[in-house]
Design a protein around this ligand. Structure first.
Ligand code: ADP
Length: 406
């Protein structure tokens, strides 16, 4: 079975064509600058990279071109579109409705549209991708895999904010959480690697990319996560503040005469590591390099970054009344031995956690990095959201399901 995975953003589309017999990636790529001059596709097959520059005024044109590439004799992997058995789409927000992946029909499209008020920057472009594929490949089934779905069944005590209840009733203001596909993939994989029964395990997943979040996964379900109503809450991120006293928002609006849009931009795009380093960088590689050269600002920022992560790990160990494994993933989690080591060594000794420095000295590899006698296993598991989307899509289509329960 061949599955196309589509992750459609506002001006870019990531795609991967997978052969599910053996779960092999046949080819993949990124269409960028859609609707902007200079649009192009960076396409990869068997480790070789090809760049195609072509005007792509909208998502439909971009996907039409992507499909042509998939069929291309040299860079493609299929002879005919009938070889694509299904398309799996990443969708950011599924509100409270979607607690698992779903077969896309008119009703699902309407619901994704309805939840656009919760993710105005993401759901509309996700839908553009879905609608374009439906038009270009009308016979092929489409599946939606939501970033929020893994967290959608967390308990009320974890998802309700202590503000007047009417705002939950009126606008569904609650914690949703994001990166769900990644947390689900790496927690499952960690249980497999450790030989743990996923349905009985307590796992903390630490996804550290530009956006970053932590989840408490108990008995195979997400019971809490650090991102909230929007992806702004929780950890210190590349350009997002993470947790802060909400009074700072009104204080700054008054003092600096900021509009709600300006304060939104300030907290989402100018804060975090970028803001703390006085706009030096939002890239953790730069911060690490400077911290290792004893730059006082970068050393402090790395401390703040790690401290917030450690506090959340402590909180989630409490939330689950214990923890069997901690999993690091995404850009920083997979590639930064120093961040992993400092979090574990400086803060998590009380949990009986011990890191094997040699084993920890890896980038982008799946591995247990704790010592044999560590009371909690610590792992690095490179995330693979595309594979998870493709697996869900395959299962839904093969079993003729309407919705997949996690
Ligand atoms: P996203 O998908 O959220 O855009 P990624 O998962 O690609 O983000 O992660 C990007 C982050 O990972 C950046 O801050 C980048 O600096 C960091 N990163 C990548 N490689 C390394 C490394 N070797 N050491 C430290 N950080 C790294």
């Amino acid at each position: 079975m061949k599955i196309l995975v589509v992750n459609s953003g506002s001006s870019s589309i990531k795609y991967q064509l997978l052969d599910m017999d053996g779960e092999k990636v046949l080819c993949k790529g990124l269409a960028e600058r859609i609707g902007i001059p200079g649009s192009r596709i960076v396409h990869k097959k068997s480790g070789e990279k090809f760049i195609f520059e072509k005007p792509m005024p909208n998502h439909e044109e971009a996907l039409k071109y992507v499909l042509e590439l998939l069929k291309d004799e040299k860079v493609g992997a299929i002879k005919d579109y009938t070889e694509i058995d299904a398309v799996g789409h990443r969708v950011v927000h599924g509100g409270e409705k979607f607690v698992g992946s779903v077969l896309i029909d008119e009703e699902v499209i309407n619901a994704i549209e309805e939840f656009s008020y919760l993710a105005p920057l993401h759901n509309p472009p996700n839908l553009m991708g879905i609608k374009a594929i439906m038009k270009l490949l009308p016979e092929v089934p489409n599946v939606g895999v939501f970033d929020t779905a893994f967290h959608a069944k967390m308990p009320e005590k974890a998802f309700l904010y202590a503000i007047p209840y009417e705002y939950y009733e009126k606008y569904k203001v609650r914690r949703y959480g994001f990166h769900g596909t990644s947390h689900r993939y790496v927690s499952r994989r960690a249980a497999e690697i450790l030989g743990l029964d996923y349905s009985k395990a307590k796992i903390i997943t630490v996804h550290l990319g530009n956006g970053a979040s932590i989840a408490a996964v108990k008995n195979g379900k997400s019971v809490d996560t650090s991102m909230g109503f929007t992806p702004l809450e929780g950890l210190v991120m590349g350009t997002r503040s993470g947790d802060l006293d909400p009074s700072i928002v009104t204080f700054l609006m008054e003092k600096e005469g900021l509009t709600s849009e300006e304060v939104y931009t300030l907290l989402n795009k100018k804060s975090g590591v970028y803001g703390l380093t006085k706009q030096f960088s939002s890239d953790m590689r730069d911060i690490e390099d400077k911290a290792l050269e004893n730059d006082p600002v970068c050393r402090l920022v790395l401390d703040i970054y790690e401290y917030r992560i450690a506090k959340y790990i402590g909180a989630y160990a409490a939330a689950m009344n214990g923890v069997d494994a901690i999993v690091f993933t995404a850009g920083v989690g997979e590639n930064s031995p120093i961040t992993r080591e400092e979090i574990c060594e400086n803060y998590l000794g009380y949990l009986g956690i011990k890191i094997d420095k040699e084993k920890n000295n890896i980038k982008g590899e799946e591995r247990i990095i704790s010592t044999q006698d560590s009371k909690v296993s610590v792992l690095v598991v490179p995330t693979n959201e595309e594979l998870m989307i493709a697996r869900d899509t395959k299962e839904i289509v093969e079993k003729g399901l309407k919705q997949l329960e996690y």
